[in-house]
Design a protein around this ligand. Structure first.
Ligand code: HEC
Length: 180
């Protein structure tokens, strides 16, 4: 009797394992499935967004930093940092670098970071937009990511009509750190 139950359980387990195995093997989307289409071989390689890849993040950030400071991106000698030094105009208090959001004053449109970079490139910079899939665009966003990490929070002097703003105190007040 006991042997009968044991055999039934064994058979049940066997069929369970087989059916899971088969369904995984027949799932071509499972990257761990050795029977799914091989990638990298001719004909069925993964489609890539660009021909050249970059995997060195530090190199990417350095490239982006150079571009944000590049005064030759347009003819007027401006760089992105002309208007964005000290995190100026980056709306970090409001959005903490989260995208997409509405850049009201400029686009009045909900845009991604890459779209905003292109917006500033073609408007204030009067330059050419970058290809969204390019390493250059990824570099611009990588530097933005690192640059905003150094933001120390709102400048109290920029808060207007805030009763907690020490700068709303009269300049002559010796306790006013902004009056010095
Ligand atoms: C002439 C000044 C000027 C230049 C040059 C400039 N920008 Fe801007 N940018 C602005 C202003 C002003 C805003 C803020 C718009 C607003 O808040 O509505 C802005 C907004 C942005 C924002 C969005 C901030 C946010 O989170 O809402 C990004 C990102 C940005 N610029 C990137 C760049 C990059 C990259 C370059 C260089 C390719 C650049 N900007 C060049 C003036 C400039």
């Amino acid at each position: 009797m006991r042997k009968g139950i044991f055999l039934t359980v064994m058979f049940a387990c066997f069929f369970l394992v087989m059916s899971v195995g088969l369904s995984e093997a027949s799932n071509p989307c499972n990257p761990c499935n050795p029977c799914s289409k091989k990638t990298g071989s001719k004909g069925d390689a993964k489609k890539q967004i660009r021909a050249k890849h970059i995997t060195d993040y530090k190199k990417l950030v350095a490239m982006g930093k150079k571009m944000w400071n590049d005064e030759s991106l347009n003819d007027s000698g401006m760089s992105c940092m002309t208007c964005h030094a000290d995190h100026e105009n980056l709306n970090l208090d409001k959005y903490h670098g989260l995208w997409p959001h509405n850049v009201k004053g400029m686009t009045d449109d909900i845009v991604t970071l890459s779209q905003m970079i292109n917006y500033c490139l073609i408007n204030p910079m009067e330059s050419k937009p970058l290809d969204y899939n390019s390493i250059h665009m990824t570099a611009m966003t990588a530097y933005y990511r690192e640059y905003i990490k150094t933001y120390k929070g709102a400048n109290p002097c920029s808060m207007k009509n805030n009763p907690c703003n020490p700068c709303s105190m009269k300049k002559k007040n010796p306790c006013n750190p902004c009056g010095r």
